[in-house]
Design a protein around this ligand. Structure first.
Ligand code: ADQ
Length: 489
């Protein structure tokens, strides 16, 4: 932090940094597994200020005061968390509906048709206004910098802007966009495309994870709004005000480094997940259809079909945390991933036990090549998995950044390991030394798994060293500080 560092910081996000929940052991505090929270929390702890978010925990209401405020972190309070309350209908229409059934598929080109409902849009608008108004006049006057997070709250900058202009305040607003921005030809299918842009342009600064998303955004503004675009300065002038657009790639909050050697760790992990193999391949994702999990499973199937010498030696552990389970598309997707896994495991089991197979394995000794773990892991456990894995596969069909790719690279340090990374994840711009591939191309994906597993140790080390250097140099905190200093520049 430098002299330019803003004071009186306010952060808006849908997700809160601390959730109070009733459990069997009484009220417990939970930290959500969220890249966004990890990036901003250290900054908030350092600067103090106010964080406004949806109060989603079952014990949230009874742990804060009547205005929804609680001082956090609970063990050593350094800033204030103000909770916004949503009714079940608001939660369904603003969050499950417009945010996750309309905007999420719209911006991810993942061949899931977005569902645009007028009622969801109306509630989304109302809830955004409520978030903005939950900042009292006194808090707004005191706020020098306001950081609004992500696509759930795209209209908050505009709602705040009208209050800031009326009160003639000088507070600065930044909106950080964590998902891709798509070409305008696709974006304009959203019935409220113009309103959403106008809402966002209430900000002084809008950040994206890659330069190409920023270019797409400028193009959408140019095509859909009456505004002026200055490509040199990367600004949009709309209704007499300038908004700067900037590529600011997010970094990671590194998981703890496991202090054990790779083969000891690998053995412990195989025992923990009940598998036996030599090679550990890993996937870590929310169970989301944009992450390309079925495509990854099919590529593994083709790799094993073509290279049966790896059967029994190769195990792919997919850690997938259930997410957005209120949305039908997510429930169906989870069933699809489970049934593909079963089918592939069963297929190789049958093949191996056939009389004609050259690789005879007793059915009782058969270890399925895919182990699906449908649960959250602790930070420590993730750190161990990353450190032990010979291969990490990130096959997103489209992804703003993808922090898992960076976490793997960070955790590997100077060890050998191969990262297979989708060309359609924002992270591929910063990690060109990964084995980059098109997840829609099953043959290429399968071939690349073989290439990565048979690459020389020196090649793997060389690739990992370069990537590690870049990931370490720019962590989550550096990302947040970059945004804060751009706001005051
Ligand atoms: P996500 O799509 O959620 O967010 P991603 O980049 O995939 O983000 O990161 C997920 C985070 O959750 C990682 O830190 C990962 O370690 C953790 N995680 C995943 N599965 C887990 C599990 N089973 N147990 C514990 N932790 C788990 C959005 C955008 C991304 C962008 C991020 C940050 O979609 O493109 O990178 O925001 O801007």
């Amino acid at each position: 932090m430098n002299d330019q560092t803003p004071r009186n910081l306010v952060i808006f996000s849908n997700r809160e940094p601390y959730i109070h929940a009733h459990t069997r052991h009484g009220i417990e505090v939970q930290r959500p597994a969220s890249g966004l929270v990890s990036a901003l929390e250290p900054v908030m702890r350092k600067l103090g200020g106010l964080w406004i978010a949806h109060g989603s925990g079952s014990a949230d209401a009874e742990t804060c005061d009547t205005s929804g405020v609680i001082a956090v972190p609970p063990e050593d309070p350094l800033y204030r968390l103000k909770r916004v309350w949503l009714s079940p209908t608001e939660q369904r229409q603003y969050y499950d509906g417009f945010s996750n059934e309309a905007l999420w598929p719209l911006f991810h080109l993942a061949h899931h048709q977005p569902i645009f409902r007028r009622t969801d849009w109306d509630t989304y608008t109302r809830v955004n206004e409520r978030f903005a108004n939950s900042l009292s006049d006194a808090e707004l006057s005191a706020a020098s910098s306001i950081l609004v997070q992500d696509f759930h709250l795209a209209l908050v900058p505009q709602f705040l802007r009208s209050r800031i202009s009326q009160a003639q305040l000088s507070s600065r607003i930044a909106l950080t966009w964590h998902i891709p921005w798509i070409p305008s030809e696709i974006y304009k299918i959203c019935p409220w495309a113009k309103d959403l842009l106008a809402g966002m342009l209430g900000a002084d600064l809008i950040t994206f994870h890659t330069a190409s998303y920023g270019i797409n955004f400028l193009e959408s503004c140019e095509r859909l709004l009456e505004c002026r675009i200055d490509r040199e300065r990367q600004t949009v002038t709309f209704k007499g005000r300038d908004t700067k657009v900037k590529a600011t790639p997010i970094g990671i909050d590194p998981p703890p480094l496991a202090n054990k050697n790779q083969s000891t760790l690998k053995g412990a992990i195989f025992r923990k997940f009940g598998v036996s193999a030599e090679i550990l391949a890993l996937g870590v994702d929310r169970l989301d259809y944009t992450k390309g999990i079925p495509q990854r499973l099919l590529a593994i199937e083709e790799f094993l079909d073509k290279n049966p010498q790896f059967l029994g030696k190769f195990c792919f552990i997919q850690i997938a945390s259930p997410t957005r389970t209120e949305v039908t598309a997510y429930r169906n997707f989870s069933l699809r991933v489970q049934s593909e896994t079963q089918r592939i495991n069963q297929k190789f089991k049958t093949q191996l036990s056939m009389e004609t197979s050259e690789l005879k394995v007793h059915p009782l000794l058969y270890c399925p090549p895919i182990r699906l773990v449908l649960e959250n892991q602790t930070w420590e456990s993730l750190g161990e998995l990353y450190r032990a894995a010979d291969l990490c596969i990130v096959s997103s069909l489209h992804d703003g950044m993808n922090l898992v790719a960076k976490e793997y690279v960070w955790a590997k340090g100077n060890l050998n390991g191969a990262l297979l990374l989708s060309k359609f994840a924002g992270a591929s711009h910063e990690l060109p030394e990964a084995f980059l591939f098109n997840p829609y191309d099953q043959e290429e994906s399968a071939r690349l798994i073989y290439t990565a597993l048979t690459a020389s140790q020196s090649e793997l080390r060389e690739r990992m060293k370069k990537m590690n250097h870049r990931v370490t140099a720019r962590d989550a905190r550096a990302w947040a500080e970059d945004i804060l200093s751009s706001m005051t520049a």
